[in-house]
Design a protein around this ligand. Sequence first.
Ligand code: ATP
Length: 589
Amino acid sequence: MAEPKENVLMEKIVSLCKRRGFVYQSSEIYGGINGFWDYGPLGAELKRNVKDLWWTSMTRQREDVVGLEATIIMAPQIWRASGHVDTFSDPMCDCLLTRKRFRADQIEPQSGTAYHYSGARDTGSGKQSEDAFAVLLPPGKPPESARKTAIQFYQQRGLAQVELLGERTEKVENSQRFNPDNGALLTEPRPFNLMFKTYVGPVADEDNVAYLRPETAQAIFAQFKNVLETSRQKVPFGIAQIGKAFRNEVTPRNFTFRSREFEQMELEFFIKPDEAIEAIHGSVARPSGPGHPGEPQANWGWQMWHQYWVEERIRFYESIGLARETLEEYWQKPDELAHYARATVDLLFKFPFGTQELEGIAARSDFDLSQHERFSGKQMGVFDEELRGAWAKLDDQRKAGLSQLYYEARLKYMLKMGIEKEKAGKEAREDADGLAKGQYIPHVIEPSAGVDRLILALIANAYSEVTSTDEKGKAETRVIMKFHPRVAPIKSGVFPLLKNKPELVAKAREVFELLRKQEQVFYDEGGAIGRRYARQDEAGTPFCVTIDFETLGEKPELLNTVTVRHRDDGRQERVAIAELPAWLQARVR
Ligand code: ATP
């Protein structure tokens, strides 16, 4: 099948990333390792900028969010409580001929004629194989081709002169049961756990198994009580973390989009259950329509908070150059939601290979903390003085109503977790009694973003080409990486007009030293000025500063001014060196 046209763009992006030092294949000198990528000098700066911007907007600029930096390897019980040991798996199947492994749900559907064989016989030794096999041929291919593949299959099972048995054909439409590369039948899908396993300590046995974290979120739940007690925060508040996560993805693909080692930026924002809000405020504020709901209010229920975080996250993407039109909101349908989730919005970006998830924002109820409470035996709830006071003032009917709602929610959770009915009923009742005393397990809204996917989105979004014709009439295509100045790896390039004029070089070095105190600047004196501009355009540097003879006072009125060139339109303007740091700061912050 012809490659989709978009991949031409992806190929250009991948090659630019390597050529300019944004992203390299990990371990490239040894042939690489599938699903692992390294960031080169420009990529490392870009990534750092993105993480700093996320961290600043999520924690430092907010009074209600604090940070955490936890370990990658944690007690393995954490992954039992979270459900990852039991259910964090993808359906996977293998090619019966080549053993190549596929994610069952990602196989491109095939149509054609399937040739089935019930087994085969070795006409020399008389040995038989009763393994069934099949090959799918696209329309128009001769049956011989299927037989050739089938013969290979039985040869691998020890038959030398293969006679195929029981050939029958079947028309097949849009099937995911065959290897798209060679038509061979695949095994039935089996669950494959995506966590990387290792051993802690000198003994490599089952007692010492540990996992590399497949997400950063669980550490936040596990440290919830410590943070609550040491940070002087009260619900509603959030804990944010940036860090590595590892998933042994069956089919890593689309460059860094699906990697086996990647970074996440996650926030767990803890809120009061709606029953507590209603007890305190008399009613629960719910969204009245789409859009940003404004500054957080004390009477917001989980739906308001969820909508708030979806809109905050979109604003963040806009602030770093991803326009709203490049994003899409996908509200998961009820049958797609994880059993504990009340709502999940995926923020999708229009990647060159398709519109795909950049970030998920999930309303996860009180599932996570409840799980850790059950598995660790430690209390994960909070005591809320305001709730206790408010509850005491409610009339009996209101108390009974809210208590019943809370009881039902807790009971539902426990039954879902397989807790026996009687025990579940008793514990749910205790929880409802606890609510009346001001106790509850906080609910959570989780915006969870991938750094690497965002970097890829920013690179794809920035990539643009311009074609110009030189004096000799030769067309030349150049790449301009139109990064938002906030994320651009280099904020400005500083050039002396000529390399062989010591006064120009000295002045340019002076400007360079002045600017590098505040931001990432690149000094370049090599080659024609046009080449130097072009190099910075490819790196995505928003401004280039040139020191010329006018800077030195050739025209007295221009003494100590420089030419600043804008990347996206080539516009040039004259700025005084004394004003330059502030001029740039205003444009790159
Ligand atoms: P997908 O369905 O694409 O595998 P997911 O829904 O499993 O993703 P989450 O578990 O919600 O992803 O992880 C949160 C974020 O982490 C994702 O939105 C994505 O940005 C990032 N992420 C997840 N898996 C990978 C991966 N293999 N490579 C790079 N980033 C990833």
